[in-house]
Design a protein around this ligand. Structure first.
Ligand SMILES: Nc1ncnc2c1ncn2[C@@H]1O[C@H](COP(=O)(O)OP(=O)(O)OP(=O)(O)O)[C@@H](O)[C@H]1O
Length: 776
């Protein structure tokens, strides 16, 4: 585990045309080579109007997207492929360039698309052995599994941008997966375009959702996660070894940071502002606490106070190489926000992470078990000493334990690959569901927008009615007003006339007094009408104001109606596009998937066959050994038997020869006797027959002896053939059978020879008797 400080890069965007038109000046001076930023407050005259900051990387307006990728993206990718987590989070006020740096556009792709393209290029090179790192060799196979997730945090609620639904997603933590969002999609991606398809769909859903919520996407935080799993399979003569490494890359586009200081004024806006504030404020608090921690202070880190900090927990002070990208606006009217961002970035630089390679949990367990087995082996080796020392090492029990551990290791190793395959399978299932949900979710949003549209239409109708009534009312009001005015004008005329007459009258006359009363009354009437006219005027003005307001509301409602119509069209198009994209992808991958399944099945059968061959090879070796032992034993038996048979044969041959000698002697004797018999004229057919029989017997005897010799020669030849035959269990059996048959044959021959001998002896005795009887 190594300590790794969070690195900070700042980037400023060019001053916009609008800012230029408004006469805005640039308040930033950046020095890329020295990684310094100076910010000036033009409102201040003092010396401290300019402040200087130093970071790890500074990018001026002329900086290119490729440059940022080379310096910030590539090291992150290098580490991810080696099993280390990495995070980039973009911070800054709305419009400062966060999304530009993270996403860019088609001509100038940002960090996410460049990272993605490079990741797949490398993964392909490593897996196909093109990579010069030398990791892949004939006996080493490296494969990767890339999964992608994309979520949005808005008002402390997490939404799955790859599978939008009303389901409330929760953050969980486990030793196996680390911090993760339960139920959020993890889509397996096979290519750069797969990932980009998801990025674009997710971003579109984000926009649609924002429209529905009457917000802008810059008010939510988005977290795009790429998980890289690397499987290395090493095969040597003695063993096969499989290792797994997993790493996670988080690419975070935070909500505009100005919300942290400028919360909304009322209602939902206030709530939303406060919620965004909560996440960004907690991020600030976490960063401060981590800064204190790196100074050696003992502090509580409030990760759990917001969804954002909980999700980024591993990237802040935990197991990840983290980079903060602070986006700056150069316009002086944004001076205060930019200064706050720079101060925030300076605090982030204090945070230290503890980076560790992410071994698979199975891997860890396997290593632990192997260590235990080694210990057991050592213990067994010490068994003798231990026994002498009276420690009573139960070697059999320990051996059994080691055996169980080996089984466990095998199980875990199988489990590793199984989990990988299972993940791919589940991801494919999810893909299908996701495709449907995207359509349904956007369809749901469309329904809402449709309702909104109807609402606006109704409103327009109501306003138009109201306006119609008001117009009528105004018309009548104006007529009344004109009438009143006319009446008043004639009253005024009359008054003038009466006043003239009044002045011409004699003072103190009763007529004049009467006229005065009449004038006063007329004046009161005129005053009354004037008052009415003022009131009428007021109500007409009010009516006009009301109508103006209705007009404004009508303009607004009509604009909303038009925009809802546009949103509807756009969303409908988006929904159709996503559904079509997913359908196409599904069709494309279906074939690919079937092919893959077929290939896997073939590979599985091949590996099964290899295993059987391997096993057979083992059996053959075992059999060869057994054959060797049998051959030795047979050779031994054969030579003993051969010697015995040879002796026996020699003995029998000798006996036969002796007998032959005796028989020829007897024959000679018989011949002599015959001659003598002839001489003695004693003869007869009986004797001739007997002698003929004896001759035939002798003939048969000879033939039998030749047969025995032939059998012995044949059995020796058969044995020789067997020895030279292809080895195998069958051959051993044949050999055993042959051996037994031969043993039996020898036994029979032996018995037969003995019988013959006995017979020959009987014959000799008989012949002797005969000779004697013949008078020898
Ligand atoms: N380095 C740059 N070079 C050229 N144009 C840039 C640069 N940075 C940002 N812009 C442009 O500035 C505008 C605002 O940038 P952008 O949308 O990335 O800001 P933002 O911080 O993501 O905003 P919000 O928080 O609203 O999402 C965009 O029109 C973008 O094209």
């Amino acid at each position: 585990m190594t300590n790794d400080g969070v690195r900070v890069a700042v980037r400023t965007r060019p001053i916009s045309k609008k800012e230029q038109q408004l006469g805005s000046k640039c308040c930033l001076v950046l020095n890329q080579s020295r990684a310094e930023v100076e910010i000036t407050d033009f409102k201040k005259q003092e010396k401290d109007a300019t402040k200087k900051f130093t970071f790890d990387f500074v990018y001026d307006v002329g900086s290119e997207q490729v440059e940022l990728f080379k310096e910030l993206g590539i090291p992150l990718l290098d580490r991810a492929i080696d099993g280390y987590n990495g995070t980039i989070f973009a911070y800054g006020q709305t419009g400062s360039g966060k999304t530009w740096t993270m996403m860019g556009n088609d001509e100038k792709p940002g960090l996410i698309p460049q990272l993605n393209a490079d990741l797949f290029r490398r993964v392909t090179d490593i897996s196909t052995g093109k990579d010069e790192g030398g990791e892949g060799s004939e006996s080493t196979t490296i494969s990767f599994l890339i999964t992608v997730g994309y979520v949005e945090i808005y008002n402390e609620v997490i939404m799955d941008l790859l599978n939008p639904s009303d389901k409330k997603l929760v953050i969980r933590e486990s030793p196996d997966k680390g911090v993760y969002i339960q139920g959020a999609s993890q889509v397996v991606c096979k290519s750069e375009s797969d990932v980009m398809r998801l990025v674009n769909q997710g971003s579109a859903v984000r926009k649609v959702a924002a429209t529905q919520m009457n917000a802008t996407s810059s008010r939510s935080h988005s977290v795009f996660t790429i998980k890289v799993e690397k499987r290395t399979f090493e095969k040597t003569e003695e063993k096969t070894k499989e290792t797994m490494l997993t790493s996670k890359i988080n690419l975070v586009d935070l909500a505009g940071s100005e919300r942290a200081s400028k919360t909304g004024a009322s209602g939902d806006t206030l709530k939303e502002g406060a919620a965004i504030n909560k996440s960004l404020m907690t991020l600030g608090k976490v960063i401060n606490a981590l800064g204190d921690l790196s100074k050696g202070k003992s502090v509580h880190i409030p990760y759990r106070d917001s969804q954002l900090t909980r999700l980024l927990q591993e990237s802040l002070g935990g197991n990840a190489s983290t980079l903060m990208l602070a986006a700056l606006s150069p316009a002086d009217y944004n001076h205060d926000e930019t200064l706050t961002t720079l101060q925030y970035a300076r605090r982030v630089k204090m945070v230290e992470n503890k980076v560790e390679k992410n071994e698979d949990v199975h891997e860890k367990e396997i290593r632990k078990l192997k260590e235990e087995i080694e210990e057991l082996r050592a213990m067994l080796a010490r068994g003798g000493e231990a026994a002498v020392a009276g420690e009573g090492v139960e070697s059999e029990a320990d051996k059994e334990k080691a055996r169980q551990m080996m089984d466990k290791i095998r199980e875990l190793e199988e489990g590793k690959s199984g989990a990988w395959e299972e993940k791919e399978r589940l991801s494919r299932e999810l893909e299908e569901e996701r495709g449907r949900n995207m359509g349904v979710a956007i369809g749901g949003i469309i329904d809402n927008v449709k309702e909104e549209k109807i609402k606006y239409m109704k409103k327009i109708k109501r306003l138009q009615n109201q306006k119609g009534k008001n117009v009528e009312k105004g018309k009548k009001g104006k007529e009344d007003y004109a009438k009143l005015k006319k009446g008043m004008e004639s009253d005024m005329e009359r008054y003038k006339q009466l006043q003239g007459e009044f002045e011409a009258m004699d003072d103190g006359s009763s007529e004049k007094d009467k006229a005065e009363v009449g004038l006063a009354e007329l004046l009161d009437d005129i005053e009354g009408v004037r008052h009415k006219l003022v009131e009428k005027k007021k109500s007409l003005l009010k009516l006009k104001e009301e109508n103006d307001k209705i007009d404004e509301e009508l303009i607004e409602a009509r604009a909303e109606l038009v925009s809802a119509g546009e949103v509807l069209n756009q969303n409908d198009e988006l929904r159709k596009k996503i559904v079509e994209e997913e359908r196409k992808k599904f069709e494309d991958t279906k074939e690919e998937y079937l092919e893959k399944e077929l290939k896997e099945e073939r590979e599985r059968i091949e590996s099964e066959r290899d295993k059987i061959k391997e096993q057979h090879k083992g059996n053959r070796i075992e059999m060869m050994k057994r054959m060797g032992a049998l051959k030795l034993q047979m050779n031994k038996e054969r030579s003993t038997k051969e010697v015995l048979l040879q002796n026996e044969l020699e003995m029998k041959t000798k006996e036969c020869l002796e007998m032959e000698g005796e028989i020829s002697k007897l024959k000679e004797e018989v011949a002599r006797k015959d001659e003598r018999a002839v001489e003695l004229e004693v003869g007869g057919e009986e004797k001739d027959e007997e002698i003929k029989g004896l001759r035939e017997e002798l003939q048969r005897e000879r033939a039998r002896r030749e047969d025995v010799e032939g059998e012995v020669q044949m059995s020796l030849a058969r044995e020789k053939d067997l020895m030279e035959a292809e080895d195998g269990e069958g051959a051993v059996e044949v050999m055993m059978e042959g051996l037994n048959r031969e043993r039996k044959l020898y036994q029979e021959k032996y018995e037969e020879m003995r019988g013959l001998l006995r017979q020959a002896m009987v014959d000799v005795v008989y012949l002797t008797k005969k000779v004697k009887a013949l008078g020898g």
